[in-house]
Design a binder for this molecule. Sequence first.
Ligand SMILES: [Zn+2]
Length: 323
Amino acid sequence: MMDGAPSGSGRSGGRASDGASPLGIGACCAALGGLPRGIFRPTPPDREFLAGLHDAGLPPARTVVNLRALPQVSRSVPTPFIAEGVMAPHSVGSAMTAFVVEHPEATFVVDPGICTHVRQRAVAEVPLALRLVVKPPAHVLDLCTSLEQIGIRPAQLDFALPTHLHWDHVAGLLDLLELPMRIHATELDWAMTGDLAPVGGVRNAVRGRPIDEYELDGPPVLTFARSHDLFDDGSVTLVDLPGHTPGSVGVLLHTARGPVLLAGDAAWHSLQVEHIRQKASFPGNLVDEDRAETFRTLHRLHAIRGAVRVVPTHDPDAARFPF
Ligand SMILES: [Zn+2]
């Protein structure tokens, strides 16, 4: 197992072990048991909450960024396992897409999920019950291969910007040990505090690299309560998408083709955003840290879908650029 010495300007989780939290049999059984109810009686949208949302609008932007989705293979997953109660189409694509953003001041990668030998180095740390459903296909592309396919050398990257710290959003960094990371302070606390990593966390992808923590210290943006303007020019704005993990963020980008929100795992697929349907209880109950908060965040995404292109990280069709 790889490791590194703590370094950089922020905390690097030096007191935490590399172990992962186990999943209880009870939690797994409850999640499985909820599947039929989710299919036939999905949790309905909260129309009152939706109607009460205030849209603060987009931040004024002085700079345009370029966005590219890195090549990645997708697999087919039954739709009811992605979005409760959605039966058509019967299956949807699921991928672990990473993104490269080019700003005049920096080039960075969002959600670098896949490293070389990812099954041995990252998936092996995921609890068995989850491993069976999240295991990527054997021919999944690691981050450096994907970068190479679009003509970017790893040395051209200035930093990584994960939406959250689940393994499939940071494991690619196991191949880029020196690359700095920018991360929401709340998320870093959640992932790196305590003896064991949270379910789905891979601390080795975080430890030992320069880390620049940020707070969501800016005003409301769109329907999101807090924000952080990464370059102080409105081109890259991080917005609060809590629930899936406590510090999950969305990356709102001002592109030449309009605003795009990389939404991480606040939703797995655009069908969830369109229909306001939470993830199926298995594995959703096991990976959403706070299901109620995740569902509220889904309402916030639904409310802006007409004005902003919302891209869940795992939805390969939403990530198909240019659009
Ligand atoms: Zn996640």
